[in-house]
Design a protein around this ligand. Structure first.
Ligand code: GDP
Length: 327
């Protein structure tokens, strides 16, 4: 094991090979930063599909689409979901016809779901469809769903009992109190084609700053056999919690409702030393670095809020610097 000082620049001529795990918005931003600095053959992004659902008869993969649209430069920067320069003609007509409108689908976005649904119903796998869509959108890095088999995240709530994820997340606006989660179908779901190979060949695993409970945990469950074998040996996570709060979404609320004080340290504990080699926390949480170290996980402190494209690239660079201390 070579230990380079953290300040040493990344050797860009031979960067490490990375597998990144991502959910939606937070994951997509770091995945985009990594894609800016790593050549296509050195980065595979494995995306959560527990949020997938059927709406208006269409197969929708919200996290997969967010990551793909972001890397293709097609994402709406204001909403964090959906397409930029979107129009809403179909949605307006659906509303007029009395269709359910709690989940907004724009015209351009609809094309993705129409074509995905058609191809799935013809028997093509989600990973094959995703590879083809990526090629057509000009994405050169590999993006894969965690599994080709359906996995459905169910949120156990105090007020409504069990809710399918999008019912909780979009329809109920994350308001119900969370008691726990269940990933329907996860026992039967194998990693999608390409996932195991990417992990076997990777130098390091990067857990993007996504929701640990509902975006990352399902992926970890799917790839757990390889992780148990110790592959890849270097694993680094970036905290999605900054200053005790989520940048966006219900992650901090979930920690609280499950009886855990939300903090970057709570995220490091959630993943634990068996999983993680290193943990990246925000400079505003630098006082927690010693506690992360005490868990047996190597901390790295940097600016982790990604507001601009440069922020994404800089954070990706900092993550690679941390990784290069261990590979
Ligand atoms: P979702 O499916 O769209 O909710 O997306 P994710 O699971 O990928 O992301 C949600 C998490 O990403 C939240 O916990 C946010 O706090 C975190 N997040 C979003 N943007 C950023 C960012 O710029 N920096 C960091 N560190 N975390 C972020």
């Amino acid at each position: 094991m070579t230990h380079n000082p953290p300040s040493q620049p990344t050797t860009l001529h031979r960067p490490p090979s990375i597998v990144a795990l991502a959910g939606g918005v937070g994951g997509a931003k770091l995945a985009d930063g990594l894609a800016q600095i790593l050549p296509p053959e050195r980065l595979t992004i494995i995306v959560n599909t527990g949020d997938d659902f059927v709406h208006w008869g269409l197969n929708i993969s919200p996290d997969l689409d967010t990551v793909c649209y972001t890397l293709a430069g097609l994402a709406n920067p204001l909403t964090g979901w959906g397409r930029k320069d979107e129009t809403w003609h179909v949605f307006a007509q659906m509303e007029r016809l009395g269709a359910e409108t709690w989940f907004r689908l724009g015209d351009k976005d609809l094309a993705t779901h129409l074509e995905r649904t058609r191809r799935l119903s013809n028997g093509e796998s989600l990973s094959s469809i995703t590879r083809d869509f990526c090629a057509r959108w000009g994405i050169r890095h590999t993006i894969l769903p965690m599994s080709d088999a359906p996995v459905r995240t169910i949120v156990e709530t105090v007020e409504f009992g069990e809710l399918p994820f999008q019912e909780y997340f979009v329809h109920q606006r994350c308001e119900p109190t969370v008691r726990g989660f269940r990933f329907e179908g996860i026992e039967r779901a194998r990693p999608a084609s390409g996932v195991m190979e990417a992990i076997q060949q990777a130098d390091a695993l990067v857990i993007c700053p996504s929701n640990p409970w509902v975006s990352i945990d399902p992926i970890l469950r799917i790839i757990s056999p390889l992780l148990a074998e110790g592959r890849p040996s270097v694993r680094v996570a970036v905290s999605p919690i900054i200053g005790g709060q989520a940048v966006k979404g219900p992650a901090a609320k979930m920690f609280r409702e499950l009886g855990i004080e939300p903090s970057a340290l709570a995220v490091a504990r959630h993943y634990g030393r068996t999983l993680l080699t290193g943990f990246v926390l925000d400079e505003s949480d630098s006082d927690l670095a010693a506690d992360v170290q005490a868990l047996g996980i190597h901390p790295a402190v940097t600016q982790t809020l990604m507001k601009t494209s440069d922020d994404r690239r800089q954070l990706a660079q900092d993550v690679l610097h941390l990784i290069e201390q261990f590979v």
